[in-house]
Design a protein around this ligand. Structure first.
Ligand code: ATP
Ligand code: MG
Length: 522
């Protein structure tokens, strides 16, 4: 045994001696040249090709390095495309403002990835940077980079599509990890080319499609529509359409219109621009605001019927009866106008905003308008191409009710007393209760699921009785005639299912149906 150690010690000694001689006899330049030559020879005979992606390229940060890091970090955990052997060491990071922990490849570790059936090898190379006597820009102590090893025959595939794929994927991951931003506009903010007219706050709304109480079929269709839109770059380009989509959400207060917008933003990872129309002074200001929105965003105008004079498509009437074109004003906003002091945005300005030439500066944008009174909206606003999908957010039905029970009480359908559940199913539609009102009852009793359900059934029954009673009184009044009865009739006409029916899909469908009905009547 002692012989073995003696031999080993003398071998190590000899190696050290050779290295010293090598360093003494050959100058550093020659040594470097020899190493380069050997590496070149190795590369010529190797079936592999290597790409270095350094963290800092000259003095600039190399974006591709960050993209690769992000891609590899998520691939390890998310899509399983990267297989790491058991010895691979991963580093954990959490970026400021990020809501998730990401994995990274530790120094000098390797990992394989598979892309379109081709296996590639990534190595994270970290070496100490030589101390610099002087530098204009302080450099990190370590020199980091990724080396991509691929087979020579796969070179075209990797250069043509793999790197683009990585950049695209990393963008998506960054968006998913970062928190959304909620922007809003305020009056009097300077709109010159450099300033930003939108104020932003971090958007942390917890609403998701999972927590949203609505008909599951309808929910599925909305989610599919959003997905198709987000993945539809090629389609929009091929058909020559601007890459945008409009949704009109309508229904009574507390039925989840705002919650649906938040769920959409969370689902797609888009920012939200909450446009306060009453704060916009004229059409040209509206256009400038649009120009300053980013792509991958949802532009929201809540309560559209309250924000703008919807019957006014062009010129605005002054109080004295004469008219003027708001686009011809000096932009100072000091226009004597309408009922809304200082605001002179017209319907035509808004229509240009949503689908004129300006609407396609930037891309991948969603417009969402909400209203409690769809019947008040101008048909120009509803026509297809502007608001592509009309979504009715109505009173709570049984499937939506079950979602709320699950969300708030953490109980499944089969855990609730069957008789109580049946009672609930029977009266929920007639009770005309909003999800917001249901939530109130459930929050109050969230520690006791049984009590919550019982109380909810009580509330539903009470509402049914009230509605039946008020229905009877209304009928009596109508029979009595007079002004009041006429008013009631008008109200009902507006609330009638024909008026308020859910228009799912394109407005054209609705127009076709209306024409068919007319023909039948003739
Ligand atoms: N469909 C729903 N699913 C889940 N929660 C809902 C739903 N509708 C309403 N809520 C609850 O009620 C509250 C109010 O809902 P929301 O603000 O989305 O209603 P809205 O339709 O936008 O009302 P408004 O017309 O007054 O703006 C929300 O905070 C949410 O908790
Ligand atoms: Mg709302």
């Amino acid at each position: 045994m002692s012989d073995y150690w003696t031999t080993m010690a003398s071998l190590v000694g000899m190696l050290a001696f050779c290295q010293t001689i090598f360093q003494l006899v050959f100058p550093p330049e020659l040594r470097l040249a020899v190493i380069h030559l050997l590496t070149r020879i190795r590369h010529v005979f190797s079936s592999h090709i290597y790409f270095d992606i350094t963290e800092i390229d000259g003095v600039n940060t190399n974006e591709l390095y960050n993209a690769v890091q992000l891609y590899l970090s998520s691939s390890v955990t998310v899509n399983g495309a990267v297989s790491s052997n058991n010895n691979t060491r991963l580093s954990l990071t959490r970026v400021p403002n990020s809501s998730s922990v990401t994995f990274g490849l530790s120094n000098n570790d390797r990992i394989t990835d598979v892309f379109n059936g081709v296996t590639v090898l990534w190595e994270h190379v970290v070496v100490q940077r030589q101390v610099q006597s002087f530098s204009w820009r302080p450099m990190p102590e370590e020199k980091r980079g990724f080396t991509l090893q691929i087979n020579k025959r796969d070179k075209t595939l990797v250069l043509d599509s793999y790197l683009d794929y990585i950049v695209g994927k990393s963008e998506e991951i960054r968006r998913r990890n970062e928190e959304r931003l909620l922007y809003t506009n305020s009056r009097g903010v300077s709109l010159d080319s450099r300033s930003h007219p939108w104020d932003s706050v971090r958007f942390k709304h917890p609403s998701t499609f999972e927590t949203l109480a609505m008909d599951p079929e309808k929910k599925k269709r909305i989610m599919e529509d959003l997905r198709e839109f987000a993945n539809g770059q090629g389609f929009y380009q091929k058909t020559g359409r601007a890459w945008k989509r409009g949704y009109l959400l309508y229904g009574p207060p507390g039925t989840g219109k705002s919650s649906l917008i938040a769920a959409m933003a969370n689902h797609l990872g888009y920012d939200i621009y909450d446009l306060e129309l009453t704060e916009v002074q004229n059409n040209s200001e509206l256009r400038k605001l649009l120009m300053k929105t980013s792509s991958k965003s949802i532009i929201v105008i809540e309560d559209i019927d309250c924000s703008i004079n919807l019957t006014n498509r062009g010129k605005i009437k002054k109080r004295n009866g004469s008219s003027f074109d708001p686009d011809l004003t000096n932009g100072s906003g000091s226009i004597p106008s309408m009922d809304e002091p200082g605001s002179s945005v017209t319907l035509s300005g808004l229509l240009n905003f949503t689908d004129g030439l300006w609407s396609c500066c930037g891309s991948e944008r969603i417009f969402v308008f909400t209203t409690n009174h769809v019947e008040k909206l101008d048909s120009a606003l509803l026509r297809s191409g502007r608001m592509d999908m009309h979504i009715h957010m109505g009173f709570c039905r049984f499937p939506a009710m079950k979602i709320l029970l699950k969300n708030y009480l953490r109980v499944e359908e089969d855990e609730i007393d069957g008789v109580v559940l049946k009672e609930m199913e029977e009266c929920v539609e007639e009770a005309e209760i909003t999800p917001a009102d249901v939530s109130e009852v459930l929050i109050r009793n969230r520690s006791d699921a049984e009590k919550a359900v019982r109380e909810l059934v009580g509330v539903l029954k009470e509402r049914v009785v009230k509605r039946r009673k008020s229905g009877g009184e209304k009928k009596k009044k109508e029979e009595g005639g007079g002004e009041e009865a006429e008013e009631e009739q008008e109200k009902r006409a507006l609330d009638s299912p024909n008026r308020n029916r859910e228009v799912f899909g394109f407005q054209e469908e609705e127009e076709d149906e209306e024409e068919e009905e007319k023909e039948k009547r003739q």
